[in-house]
Design a protein around this ligand. Structure first.
Ligand SMILES: *Cc1c(COP(=O)(O)O)cnc(C)c1O
Ligand SMILES: [Zn+2]
Length: 406
């Protein structure tokens, strides 16, 4: 028997429920082209894997190895990802009368964004399954993260990225040895190009929701959050939504923890935040639809939210509805104001996408979705220094004054 490492049991299509074996590389569902999700023997996991066992483990996302797909320690490709701080915002919380307000600060991850979680687990599992060449279509941040982990794992990576992505992201991916191809249009177009390149070459497409394992890395956000809150559920978790992996990953974590008997059935409201310039999930939520219609010409300063046709839009909508949550869009000027407010009151520089989540609090309070006395977590999904849309006025240059000696 030995030590139980991973309880991975199979893959399951998120749309039609078809099951597939998890012991070989798999992309989309062969029947309906829906995304595949990793499933575990949670009954077995729940018998041997308790929150108290996790408490003494190393502070990385691998502490949840029983519910991760990698089969043993030799398969782990790591740059020290996970266990980001949950920072309390006591000055800002008073603005909405909240009992507690936290930011889960993903800026501290390798390559500076939440994408490190998906890349760490996705690259580890790809290598374990024998894949050698990967291709990915990204908005920007995922390119830097996957390039870093592929370099470490010795895998070849080609990245398709929009030509107007922050130039630092392409430079970082190149520095890590990835081949970067800039394309016109949205992140969705980059993902289409990656899919075509994958079909025409020996490379395996690892764009969001085209393979099942990166979501497993992302979901550790949900496990960590609960562990850092001493397993007391918050009232709401406010998530920026681009492809939908962050919100769908947290929802998957909540369901798994409930099945293992770790947390009560009452779940926090999952709140999806998008930019007014690209809000397909918010529009579908308001229309009562189960699926998103593609958004025409997405544009926003929160560039990771410029996904016009989110591959997991339907999962984001399920997560929001089944937790009694809400979907809301914020304007670019609200994003900039929230960045300034959080930096100046709490010393925390958010990325534009995290600032979108912070900006949503005003609207959520007005709508009564978040109430005085609530405990709320907002996600800062990355560093604010990649592409800061902050104040652009030049500072005046002042001639230094000679200070006479005393
Ligand atoms: C990817 C990303 C998001 C959105 O996450 P999805 O899983 O695509 O919904 C938000 N913020 C940052 C900084 C990101 O890199
Ligand atoms: Zn299917």
């Amino acid at each position: 028997m030995g030590v139980l490492w991973s309880c991975l049991s199979r893959l399951e299509c998120a749309r039609c429920g078809r099951e597939l074996p998890a012991d070989r590389p798999a992309g989309l569902c062969p029947d309906c082209h829906g995304p595949l999700l990793a499933r575990y023997d949670l009954e077995a996991a729940g018998r041997v894997f308790r929150p108290s066992d996790v408490a003494g483990r190393p502070t990385s996302l691998w502490r949840y190895r029983e519910v991760l797909p990698v089969q043993g320690p030799a398969g782990v490709v790591t740059l020290g990802e996970g266990w980001t701080p949950l920072v309390r915002l006591d000055r800002l919380r008073e603005r909405w009368g909240l009992a507690e307000l936290f930011v889960k600060d993903e800026a501290r991850l390798p390559a500076g964004t939440v994408k490190a979680r998906g890349a760490a687990v996705g690259v580890s599992r790809a290598r374990e399954l024998g894949l050698r060449r990967l291709v990915i279509g990204v908005a920007g941040n995922a390119g830097a993260a996957w390039a870093a982990y592929c370099a470490r794992a010795g895998l070849a990576l080609t990245v398709f990225m929009p030509a107007d992505a922050p130039p630092g992201r392409a430079a970082e991916a190149r520095l890590a040895g990835a081949k970067v191809i800039l394309v016109d249009g949205s992140p969705d177009n980059a993902a289409s190009q990656a899919q075509r390149a994958g079909a025409e070459s020996e490379s395996f497409d690892v764009s969001a929701f085209r393979e099942p394992y990166q979501l497993e890395g992302v979901k550790t956000l949900g496990y960590e959050l609960y562990e850092q809150l001493d397993w007391r559920p918050p009232d709401a978790i406010v998530c920026p939504v681009g492809n939908g992996a962050v919100i769908a990953g947290i929802w998957k974590a909540l369901n798994e923890m409930e099945t293992m008997g770790w947390i009560p059935g009452r779940k926090p409201r999952l709140i999806g935040v998008q930019a007014a310039g690209c809000a397909p999930v918010v529009r579908a939520f308001e229309e009562g639809a189960d699926e998103c219609r593609p958004w025409a010409d997405g544009e926003t300063v929160a560039r990771e939210l410029r996904v016009t046709d989110p591959p997991a839009g339907f999962l984001a909508l399920q997560a929001i509805r089944e937790t009694g949550g809400w979907a809301v869009a914020v304007t670019d000027s609200e994003v900039r104001d929230a960045m300034r407010l959080t930096a100046s009151t709490e010393g925390l520089v958010l990325c534009p996408e995290g600032a979108a989540a912070a900006a949503a609090l005003d609207r959520l309070a007005q709508a009564g979705v978040v109430l005085p006395g609530n405990r709320v977590v907002i996600l800062n999904t990355g560093t604010g220094f990649v592409d800061p849309p902050g104040p652009t006025e030049a500072l005046p240059v002042v001639r230094p004054v000679q200070i006479p000696p005393l």
